[in-house]
Design a protein around this ligand. Structure first.
Ligand code: GLP
Length: 262
């Protein structure tokens, strides 16, 4: 696992955007580059940088196919807190990407299990995900894989914990009851099948989750810790998130990453 520590959120976002753009630009295969994407506050800085780079002609999304991590169950697309809305508002509406290349789980489906199966098959039809960018919750959930979700889980229906509904209620008028109780989400197994995983972790409130991801044992209690078993996992984080790492761990990653390599 690589852990790339940047001074602050802006630098972390810039580093991650440069990394993703380089991967897209280096992709020489005939098939499209397949990019997994998250929602939340963590990736907003990356999306802003990628939009800028797209406008400057430094990266193109014409040959990129995207798969989003998750979607609330029961929210229509046009709801301003649906992840469909979030993604278009914060990213897709501002870059040149063919609409048919965008994949987001349908939260209004009448057949949630079938929708999740379809999603897994569609990912497989492209030959899998090249790079999955993610964020994590304060309880270490990756996508909506809450603590104690199987580390081999596939795309499926997830119940949200009370804690997650409280944390996400900041987008729903601070009322946890307004946050949908369920979501559709890729599984930990789905993320682990990606060739590379890049997870953004910033801010003091994620410090425990970062320590669990990097230093704790692999455990379903912290689903993000599964990344220790991935051969191409990168954590991009800021200084504020490093507060719970041991000094040794912190120094190790600063040392090993001192010559920034892309
Ligand atoms: C939500 C999303 C996750 C996201 C997490 C962290 O619960 N389902 O995919 O990573 O929140 O969000 P934030 O980046 O806003 O802290």
């Amino acid at each position: 696992m690589r852990v790339v520590i940047q001074d602050n959120y802006e630098k972390m976002s810039k580093w991650a955007a440069d990394y993703i753009a380089a991967k897209i630009n280096d992709h020489k295969e005939d098939r499209p580059f397949v990019l997994g994407l998250p929602t939340g506050s963590s990736p907003i800085g990356v999306y802003k940088e990628l939009i800028k780079m797209n406008k400057e002609g430094k990266v193109s999304f014409k040959n990129v196919v995207t798969f989003n991590m998750d979607e609330y169950l029961g929210l229509p697309r046009e709801h301003d807190q649906s992840y469909w809305y979030f993604m278009h508002d914060n990213f897709f509406d501002h870059i040149e990407i063919p609409a048919e290349n965008i994949n987001i789980l349908n939260g209004m489906t009448n057949d949630p299990e079938g929708e999740c199966e379809r999603y897994e098959k569609k990912i497989a039809s492209y030959g899998g995900i090249d790079l999955f960018m993610g964020g994590i919750g304060v309880d270490g959930h990756l996508a909506f894989n809450e603590p104690y979700t199987s580390l081999t889980s596939r795309t499926g229906v997830r119940d949200l914990t009370t804690d997650t509904r409280i944390v996400n209620s900041r987008f729903f008028g601070n009322d946890p009851e307004k946050v949908p109780a369920q979501a559709l989400s890729v599984g930990i197994g789905t993320v682990m099948d990606s060739k590379e995983v890049l997870v953004l972790i910033s801010g003091h409130n994620k410090a425990r989750a970062l320590a669990a991801t990097v230093e704790g044992g692999v455990s379903q209690k912290w689903t993000c810790s599964a990344l220790q078993m991935h051969n191409g996992a990168i954590i991009a984080c800021d200084e504020a998130a490093c507060g719970e790492l041991t000094v040794d761990t912190y120094k190790y990653f600063l040392d090993i990453e001192r010559k920034e390599r892309l």
